[in-house]
Each structure stands twice: as structure tokens, then as C-alpha cells.
Write a protein that binds this ligand. Structure first.
Ligand code: PHE
Length: 347
């Protein structure tokens, strides 16, 4: 009988599923099971034998039942462990595809512009957003009390003990100065970044983004500037028939200075390029003023340069039909999923 018991125990131990285990249980302990049948044989035995045999069979029954129970527990445990691995839910992942993060239109446009200009050897340059008057104004040919300083609605900090006032830079032209003071020409840089002016309506926010371009080399002329910005605009807005004009303008740090406008049609409510009689101002630009070169230790007789600057947010609004600038910075997930871009490319 012990031999029979070890055979059954081995069978139970090697059993792999709850269903097979249950079959074994029914076969051995069920109403017409093998052990139940053994118990039924007791009645036919003489009383003294019956006692001994009965205890033996009952022991067999108990051991088999215990073995089945402990095997059931093992199988349940390993099935659970397997399920936990298989059905693992990573709560750090978004549940629905719509909830996947998207690239903000401004980041997208920054990337588009940077990848275009890097084809032509422009390097990225940066500077601090908390600036001083020297880099934001003085070195850019706007000495103290120059009227152009007023036009920028500057955010000033409290003056320090020495009476020096820091400010939030009002344009990325500060990076022109920082780069020219650090590096000798030839220079070809693109300076993306945040700038600040005290202004707020549908097309102005107190913080916005600019992109500055600067090229300094021997023999640079206005033709280089025109070709660079015209080709860029055609590429950016993906049309060859853009109508472009340069209008004389004034910036203290460029001479001559110009503003570049794109011809458009606004009669339908939206904006259409390549047609119409309206103009949209997009770029400030010009030849780097000889005083600015001198302020940075560059000889204007030897080197010339051109510079341009434009609002990146504005470019994003125009290209992707975004009506209100303020919504760009509200971090509204619905807005982002509508206007944002897939991190894997495409819309
Ligand atoms: N810094 C000017 C602005 O913010 C733009 C500009 C840049 C003009 C470079 C000329 C050259 O309006």
C-alpha cells in the first residue's frame, strides 16, 4: 500500500494544471474513486482486521488529500505568478493613443528652422535670458537715453548695490554681441530663444520666441541677406510663389535696415500667401552696423555682416493656422493634441 501511495504522490506532484489535479482527485477520492472503493471493502473484513485496515486506508486517504491540496496551492501560486507577468500593466504608459504626448508647434517650428539653416553651416548660439543693458542695448548701438530703448517695453529688475539694473532680454540680438565678442569671424550663427516684452493681446504675449541669424565674413553684402531670407521663407512656407518685398526700416544695430513683408490675401478671413494686396511683416533685418562690429572688436573695414530676427511663434501661427497666440502658452491638453505634432514625425 505504501508503494501505491508513493505512485499516487508522484502522479500528483507531476500534475501541471488544476483541471488535471481535479481529475486525479475524483479518480481517487470521488464517490466511485479508487480509495473510496478500498474503504468499501472494509465491511467484508473480520472486525480485528477491519480496524487495522481501516486506519491504514484512512491514513492513505488523508495523505492523498493533503498532497492534492498542497499541489493545488503550488499550481495556483505559479499560475498567478505567470498571469501577473503576462497581464502586467505599466501605469506609466498612456492608456489611449490620443493621450500620447505631442510636440508643441513652437518646438516643431524651431526644429524646422534649425534643420534648414544647419544645411548651410549655421551653428546654434545661445545667451542668457536675464541680461544686462550692455548686451541688450549699449553694444547694439543704443547708448543710454537712446529713444529706441523705450520702444521695447522692457522688464527691468531692481538695481543691485552698484546701481546696475539687469533686465529680461527684449530680443535675441543680444546673442550677436555675445558671439562676436567670443569668436572671430567668419561667423554663421542662428540664435533661438525666449524674449520678453511688456505686452499682451491676441498677437502679443509678454514672453515670446525669436530666432536671430547672423553672418559675418569678408565681402558680405545685402544680396546675401536677401537671398538667405527669401529662400528660407519659400522653404518654410513650402511655396515658390511667395510674394516678398523689402521695406526700408530702422534698427540702431543695422545699417541699412529693412523689414521683409510677405504678400497675402486676408479677404476670406484667414490668410492666403502668393496672392492678394495685403502685406504681412515677418522679418527685421539689415547689414550689421559698423559700430556694432567695432563694439565687438571686429574691424568693419575688413569684415561685413548681415543679421535678421523674427518671431518664431508668429511663424508657427502662420504656417499651421493658429489663430490666437495666447493659447500657445496655456498648456491646454486639448489644444496641444489638436495643434501638436507626433514625436515620430508627421502630424
Ligand atoms: N532685434 C530686432 C527686433 O527684435 C529684429 C532684428 C534682428 C532686426 C536683427 C535687425 C537685425 O525687433
Amino acid at each position: 500500500m505504501t508503494e501505491q501511495l508513493s505512485l499516487w504522490q508522484a502522479e500528483i506532484q507531476s500534475c501541471q494544471s488544476l483541471r488535471d489535479l481535479d481529475e486525479i482527485r475524483v479518480r481517487l477520492l470521488g464517490k466511485s474513486g479508487e480509495i473510496t472503493a478500498l474503504l468499501k471493502t472494509l465491511g467484508a473484513l473480520p472486525p480485528e482486521e477491519r480496524k487495522e485496515k481501516g486506519a491504514e486506508i484512512n491514513h492513505l486517504k488523508t495523505v492523498v488529500a493533503e498532497t492534492i491540496d498542497s499541489r493545488r496551492y503550488q499550481i495556483e501560486e505559479s499560475e498567478l505568478a505567470e498571469r501577473l507577468i503576462k497581464e502586467k500593466i505599466d501605469v506609466t504608459l498612456s492608456v489611449t493613443p490620443e493621450a500620447v504626448g505631442s510636440i508643441h508647434p513652437i518646438s516643431q517650428v524651431f526644429n524646422e528652422i534649425i534643420s534648414y539653416f544647419s544645411n548651410f553651416g549655421f551653428e546654434i548660439a545661445t545667451g542668457p535670458e536675464i541680461e544686462d543693458e550692455e548686451h541688450n542695448f549699449s553694444a547694439l548701438n543704443m547708448p543710454d537715453h537712446h529713444p529706441a530703448r523705450q520702444s521695447h517695453d522692457t522688464f527691468y529688475m531692481m538695481p543691485d548695490e552698484a546701481g546696475i539694473r539687469k533686465l529680461l532680454r527684449t530680443h535675441t540680438s543680444t546673442v550677436q554681441i555675445r558671439t562676436m565678442r567670443r569668436q572671430q569671424p567668419p561667423l554663421r550663427i542662428l540664435a533661438p530663444g525666449r524674449v520678453y516684452r511688456c505686452d499682451y493681446d491676441a498677437t502679443h504675449t509678454p514672453m515670446f520666441h525669436q530666432m536671430e541669424g547672423l553672418v559675418v565674413d569678408k565681402g558680405i553684402n545685402f544680396g546675401h541677406l536677401k537671398a538667405t531670407v527669401i529662400d528660407f521663407c519659400k522653404h518654410f512656407f513650402e511655396r515658390d510663389d511667395l510674394i516678398i518685398r523689402f521695406r526700408p526700416s530702422f534698427f540702431p544695430f543695422t545699417e541699412p535696415s529693412a523689414e521683409m513683408d510677405i504678400g497675402c490675401d486676408r479677404s476670406s478671413g484667414g490668410i492666403k500667401f502668393g496672392q492678394g494686396n495685403d502685406w504681412l511683416e515677418v522679418f527685421g533685418c539689415g547689414m550689421v552696423h559698423p559700430n556694432v562690429l567695432k563694439n565687438c572688436g571686429i574691424d568693419p573695414e575688413e569684415y561685413q555682416g548681415f543679421a535678421f530676427g523674427f518671431g518664431v511663434d508668429r511663424f508657427a501661427m502662420l504656417k499651421y493656422g493658429i489663430p490666437d497666440l495666447r493659447a500657445m502658452f496655456e498648456a491646454d491638453a486639448r489644444w496641444l493634441s489638436h495643434y501638436g505634432f507626433s514625436p515620430f514625425g508627421g502630424k
